[in-house]
Design a protein around this ligand. Sequence first.
Ligand code: MG
Length: 370
Amino acid sequence: MRFNENRDNPVKKECVRINGRSVLSLAIAPFLSFEGLGNIVVTYREGTEKEIRNALMDADIPERAELYFVKGGETRTASVRNAVLFLKEKKQGSPFIAIHDGARPFVTRSLIERTLSLAVTYGSSAPSLPLTDAIKKEKDGFVISSLDRSCMKRVQTPQIFRADSLYEVYSETGDDASYQDDIEPYVLHGGKCRLAQGDEENIKITYQGDIGKTMRIGYGNDIHRLTEGRKFVLGGTVLPFSRGEEAHSDGDVLIHAVIDAILGACALGDIGTLFPPEDDEWKDADSRNLLRAVLDKVKPGIINLDSTVTLEGFRLSPFIPQIRKSLADLMSLDITRVSVKAKTNEGLGELGSGRAVKAEAVILLSSAST
Ligand code: MG
């Protein structure tokens, strides 16, 4: 279903949350790390100002930047014109203006950097990608000609322009003008726009299904020695085994593997980086709290978890439902999304002799919010 299709209850796609952050806040985030950032102008449709301001409540706006909210117009062009003329009026000093769709939350710093670098050299730049489907011109449902796609590009945002040129273009743009993007009037005014390499992940959220399009996979494993006189903890549950894991924390190998899988999917290192074994704060730590801390930090949109525990000397299978429920509760997931499997090691090696327990986990995230 398309966003804003239901007029009685329009869902503003910029305000939809992905892993706890609004689309708009994610779309702005990579711009905030630029040293030269001056002003940020967000346009809103009449009657939506409160909603839009709320969507940016968690945005970490640096002190050097000012955030302004400007009422948009009937069309995209009218909204951009209001924002550009607002900046002109303010006589803000930035030599460049980047115009970005609030519904493109997966934009990266490197995409902005390469587009800006070309805009500095050529006066204007925008990220672009080739077309892969055949392109046809149609009339009344019939193909009337085939177009040469090799000379066509799909153009994304941010589109970056020299500020003085953009002031000129939008000062001369009428109230009723409506363009597809900002390059269109810029080029019509004689401006030159150099295309930069775009990014397939920099999608514009249009359909509700788009939210889940950027997925990340993570893998983690862990092994601990087994020793007498320790509790055996697995997936946050204590099991009646005569031996338990030797470890700085409670030694829950399964939770440790799950944590590494989540951190891996986000390219954030591993459990040792976050909870160093030499740090006494984590001595005998309940691994459930370590997992809660990671979930809180990363806010991953977990789609599903699959895991395997290798152990000999204790039959895990009767406890699998209990372990799955424990993990599902910890991660606020439906139990059907959490799989735990038990294996032996066929009597081979340390695992086979029952001297150690091992866990492996793979996890799929709908997107990484970091
Ligand atoms: Mg461990």
